[in-house]
Design a protein around this ligand. Sequence first.
Ligand code: MIG
Length: 651
Amino acid sequence: MIKKYTYGTPFKTDTIIESVDTAAGTPLFGSITLTDGFCLTYKMAKEDIVYGLGQANRGINKRGFIYDSECTDIPTHTEEQRSFYGAHNFIILDGNEHFGMYFDYPGKLTFDIGYTCQDTLTVSCDETDLDLYVITGDSSYDIVKQFRKIIGRSYIPPKFAFGFGQSRWGYKTQKDFEEVVTKYRENHIPIDMLYMDIDYMEDYKDFTINNDNFPDFDSFVKDMKTKNIHLIPIIDAGVKIEDGYDIYEEGKKGSYFCKREDGTDFEAAVWPGLTHFPDVLNEDARAWFGSKYEKLVKKGIDGFWNDMCEPAIFYTPEGVEEYKEYLQKELLTCEVFPPFDAKTKAAELANSPKDYSRFYHNVDGTMVRHDKVHNLYGMNMTRAAFEGLQKTEPEKRFLLFSRSSFIGAHRYGGVWTGDNASWWSHLLLNLKMMPSLNMCGFLYTGADLGGFGSHTTRELLLRWLALGVFTPLMRNHAAIGTREQECYQFEHVEDFRHVIGVRYRLIPYIYSEFMKAALSDDMYCRPLAFDFPNDSMARQVEDQLLIGKEIMIAPVYTQNAAGRYVYLPEEMKFIKFQPDGSISEEILEKGHHYIDVALNEVPLFIRKDKCIPIVDAAECIDDIDLSTKKMIGYELAEYDLYDDDGISMIP
Ligand code: MIG
């Protein structure tokens, strides 16, 4: 059962697309105060678990920390961070009482989940205009399914998007890209996608190609297609201010950019230098910006990733002026001494709250200050792209994912989890974030495998890939200046061929389970507790996941480990894909076990009385041969395989 409580005059975010009965009075759970903004408090029982928050830090159980819903370009994902790129305001309380809550609010919202007081949940924000949806149900899983029904069906990517992709910030010329493809194909490491980061553009201008580096881009795209490689370019939020640049000129003329209070176009510096932000919260501007993706589609492009859409800001002219004043007044006169905060002040030029309050969106004729609706920008950029692509080719699915999101964006594209680092802790964080994202509708997700920042190691990359085998988006991506981490850069390349090969062997299952989840508003990956709610041990597991209905995974996430401990909530068949292509099987009883997992083995568990299809490995999705299909798992079990052409829109 879902009930909606309305406070004040909420801004329409478009998260909820089904109608929900409005309830009067106070909500069923917790108490609410409306002085100094909105504040809900709830007393948690000792054993209560709190799920949700999508792309958030720390555990699957969110209890014990404080989180801000505030889309932020945060390059260092350390444990103390309270917000990442997405704002996903859905939580579930699982314990004595059982309910879900969605806070439909586009500005900054804080979830203090036993941080200030260990037993108190507090959700608060500065304004008193929001809709609160309260969902009751039999279990957390049931509550998620109800929530997913009212937020609409998740985005469905084309089938090729389930292949492996290579990316690196720093590939520049056609030759750079060709070399990566050649090395992958020569080494017979499967791959379907090659991502193009900002350097493919001319001076970081959206929807342009650097002609010096790509003398004939159209034939390059075609040539890649014959090698079964999809090129996936990045699109950034900021549009470069440059006379004669068509996107800039059109945007200015059409009044499609975000405005300052005085009506002039707001300026923010990002990669291209000074830019304007397309006002994607405005319907006309959104349609205009979305229609531009066609420029690249015409060149044969069939997938995109949207970046910097928090929107990230390096600095603004206003911010620089203020900084100059500060230097002049306070630093040079040394009235404040010692001047330790000069450095901090410089760092605060980026993504500053002050800048977010300096510009406005035109929403149906009303000027809305950006900071009040900050968390909706990324979602609406994804929406712009999705709707634009749909207009261009209504029958076709495109690959599309973004960095910043809000619940609702899950209908238009996937998300990747942003700038993680080559740290073992981030492999585990990747695992923990997946089910929370699924609760919020984001099924097509994944992290930068191997780690984006800092230098990876062969061992970390292999272990991370063994988790990535099961994440719908499986992409190796790294930052400029870090150790090169394409799979062929390391010794014993056959181990990489094998691990990624297992992904392709499992594609029929992974695609089938993803599609079934998407088409029935279900979760592709879940915490163990969702399927075993009465198992007190399963309720505590934070490093294993259920993937689809048939399997459980327990990846290795520590350096130099020969294996790991695992908890089985029921008897399961322990499977290992061996480097020689064979598969080992062993039935393990319910309970605790230590499993050996070598660096070049891919482990998984098949649940009792279930089986899954596997095929022979292939080097790209198109080459998968379903006639090689066989079943592994429990004998006599049956599997209902979903399949389709992988590219047509599904009505
Ligand atoms: O300011 O385009 O998260 O994946 O490689 C950094 C360069 C901008 C951030 C993205 C990352 C991408 C990088 N971008």
